[in-house]
Structures are given as structure tokens and as C-alpha cells.
Design a protein around this ligand. Sequence first.
Ligand code: PXP
Length: 398
Amino acid sequence: MSVNLSFLHDNETRPLCRDLLAKRAAWLLRRLVPAGKNVSVVLMGDRDMASYNSRYRQRQGPTNVLSFAADPAPGQPAIALTEHEIGDILISVDTAAREARNNNTTLHDRITELIIHGLLHLLGYDHERSEEEAWVMWDKEQELFRELKCYRSGTMAQLAINIDHVATVRQARGGAEPDPVIAAGICELAGALGIVVHLREDRRHIQDRDVRILRQTVKTKLNLEMAAVKEIILIALDLKPDMITLVPEKRRELTTEGGLDVIANENKVRKTIDKMSRAAIPVSLFIDPDQEQIKAARDVGATFVELHTGRYCDAGTEQEREREFNLIAESAETASGAGLRVNAGHGLDYRNTARIAALDTIEELSIGHAVISRAVQVGLDQAVREMLALVKPPFPAR
Ligand code: PXP
């Protein structure tokens, strides 16, 4: 049982993740078709689609999807196929892109819907025969799409906790507590699979001592966020965290604002990646969900990108949130298709995280402020009770 996914003409202007589409098509085939059968999915532009539409259906102009069954109903077009093939599905990427824009969905999701539609036609469903059959087919399409989106091809997204703000509280008094090193241990015991710290040039929260000790104590994975500047690069090369994430850093910002401009900083980023590669330290680039930045990240040799989720989290309207979510979903797919590993983070909280975590190409979420803020809220009750027990002991003080 296999899916042959091909492009009639390579369509470089639309970055598509072949792997993701092939994986989804293979899942659908497994779900619907007996073992040993194959299907071909051919992606093309409007011009080629219009030509097939005219040749086989005598209709003018392009359409979104055409299916050609190996064993067609009388009067339906057929094309030469081997005995194991159930048929061919032709999809116009141009039409799918227009429909994705109109339906406010991602191009990959629209193409997936068209693969489902084409596959159901090959299996005998036909929305043109009667209204009742149209409803049956539509229901089946919805059911399959929902099931597919719940299925993750890899493992679940992992959670890494950014503990910078534990250090922010400590620095407010310049003392020793709360210690981010202890916080890191608690996060790991609670199930976090990574600890993230940002060693800023101005050392406003995390200190060199923290990173040094964390390097020895973190049992999961230590991800050092940093700017591509000499002083911090030397520290990273010396301490060898499990990975680094390059971020833009401005002195007066409250937190990281916007993603790294890999295109404008290509030379500096490439050199930093080269240095880290020689020390076997994988590099992630914190970038906005932007196709050009993804291409640049791939070209400079990054291992990961971390997609900036800030605009999605801060969106003021539902419409804006949808647009930002779709940008992240598409970027995650493109980056993964380009061979990059994909993380995401910034601004994620208890309301907006689940949707991002469900994207099946995202490996890890980096979350800080929301978790540390909640820790203050949910831990406050216990902290007050413990102090109260000292102020008013259960037995009379002598
Ligand atoms: N990822 C990066 C690159 C960041 O700079 C930050 C903030 O330090 C985060 C993730 C975590 O963001 P938040 O604290 O809003 O969860």
C-alpha cells in the first residue's frame, strides 16, 4: 500500500511540505483502502488542470480536484493504471491556494481536504448523483479530516520551561532566592522535558552562575537562549548546553520582541552556527512565522527553528488570531518539509497553547511567563499557610 505524491511541474513559488502531504495521504489510504493498493496524487498548476478538465470532462478552465478511477463507472474517464492502483487524484495547487485563502485555512489543509475528496470519489462516493449522496460524502469528508488532524505522525509535542522569571524575582532583591536551579529541578520532576534560560548581555535575570550549575544539574535538556555576540558565544562554547537558540536582543526591551532577522544577519548567524557545529551544539533560530525567514534558516544550516507565537497570542480579534494561527501552522509545515526541526514559543498561556501543541510538526513548546505566573498564584495559598504556622504555632509559644 503506497501513495505516490508527485508534482507535475515543481512549484517553487509555493513552499509545500511534500513529507507532510505524503504522510497524510498514506494515513488516509491505510484508513480507507485494503492493503496492497496504491494511489497517485499529482499536484499541478491551474494551466495543466484546465487542460485535463477540458480533455476528460469537456469543461472550460481549471478545477480544484479530479479523480480517475482504475475501475471507473460506465461513461467515466479512465487512465492506464497497474492492477494495484485504485486511481489517480489530480489537484490544482493554484486553485487550492485561492480556496484556502477564502476559507481561512492553510494550503496544506486545503490540499488534504481535496485528497480526501478525490479518494472518496475513487471509492465510489459521488456528490453529483443525489442530494442524499452529497450529504453522505460531505459527512465522511468531515469525519476523516477531523480524525486525521487528531492523529500525530510523531510523538506528542514536548514542554520545555523557561525559568528566566524565577531569576527575575531573585534579582529584585539581589539575593539567592528563589533559585532558578531548584526551580529547574521541580519543573523536570513535574514532567517538563527541557529547561530554557536566556543569558542576556545585561544579565537582568539569569546569571553566569545559573547556567554553569544548570549545565551540571539539568537531566533533560538545557536550551540556552542567547544573542549572537562574542561574549555569550564563548560562554556557550565553554559550557556546551544541549542546544542554543539564537534570539535578537535589544537592551531596552521588556522581553524578546520579534523574531531574528536571519536574512539581514546571515553572515553573523552562519558563523555562529559554524562555531556551534564544531562543538556539536545544535542551533535553533527564533524566527517569525515567515516563509522567507524559514528558507534563510535552512540555508544557513540551522537544525531547528523556533516559531514566534507572540502575534498569535496577542491577537486582539478572533479574525487576527485565526490569521496568525494559520501562519504558524503553514510555517511549521514548510519548515519541517525543508528538513528543519520545529519548536514554538513566546506568549503561550493556559488558553492559547493547546491549539499550537496539536500541530503535528511541532516538536517542543518553550513556555515561561505563564507557568511562573501561575506558580505564584497557585503556590501562594501554601506559602501563606506555612508562614502563618510560624506566626501562630499550633501550640503556645513559651
Ligand atoms: N522563546 C523565546 C525565544 C523567548 O525569548 C521566550 C521569552 O524569554 C520564550 C520562548 C518564552 O516566552 P514566555 O515567557 O512568554 O512563555
